[in-house]
Design a protein around this ligand. Sequence first.
Ligand code: SAM
Length: 196
Amino acid sequence: MTIYRHFYVKSHAKTSPDINLKDLPGSAGRLDVLARSVNAAFWLSYGIRKNVVFHTILHGEPNAPVYIRLEGEKLRKVSPDERSIAIFIGKALKKFDEKHEAESTPGIFVARKSFEELLEENKDKKFYLLDENGEDIENVRINNPFFILGDNVDLLPEEKEIALKYGAKAVSIGKKSYLTSHCIAILNWWMDRNEG
Ligand SMILES: C[S@@+](CC[C@H](N)C(=O)[O-])C[C@H]1O[C@@H](n2cnc3c(N)ncnc32)[C@H](O)[C@@H]1O
C-alpha cells in the first residue's frame, strides 16, 4: 500500500499568470521559494516521488486565495528547475476558474480554496505543523502525514489556530530556522530513513 506524503506551503506569490521569469523573487512575490519547495518535495536524483502531493495557497495580488495542487503520480513534463516549475504555476493561474477545480496540465490542479477548506477536505490525514518550537521530530511518530509550512514568512497566528483546531501537532526539526525547501528535503529524508 502506498503511503502518501502531503506537503502544504503557504505562499505569498502573485495570483495573476503574467509572471516575469527573470524576477521570481521580486515581482512574482517570492515564487522562487515556492518553486524550490516543489523541487524538494518531488525530485530524487533520477526521478520523481510518486507518493508526494504538494498543496499551496497563493496569497499575493490580485486574486487571492488561489489553491494549487501537484500530484506526483500524474505530473508530466515539469522539470526540477525553478523556471520550469514557475512556468507550470503560471499555466495553472491561466486556467483558474472561479467555479470549478481545473487540471491545467497533467497532475496540476487549480481552484478557489481557503486554508480551512483545505484542512477540512484532508481531515482523514494527520496534520503536522512545522514549527521551530514544536515537539522534537525524534519523539514523534509520523503517520499518514500532511505537513504544514510557511514560506519565507511564518504562518499567521490565526492560521496556526486553524491547524491546531484540526488536531495538528507542532513538530520541530531543530532550534534553527531553516528555509522551507530545506525543511521539506529533511522531512523526505527523515521519512525515507524511517520507512518500513
Ligand atoms: C523560513 S521559515 C519562516 C521564517 C521565520 N519563522 C520568520 O517568520 O521569520 C519557513 C518555515 O519553515 C518551517 N521551519 C523552519 N525551521 C524549522 C524548524 N527548525 N523546525 C520546524 N519547522 C521549521 C516553518 O514552518 C516556517 O514557517
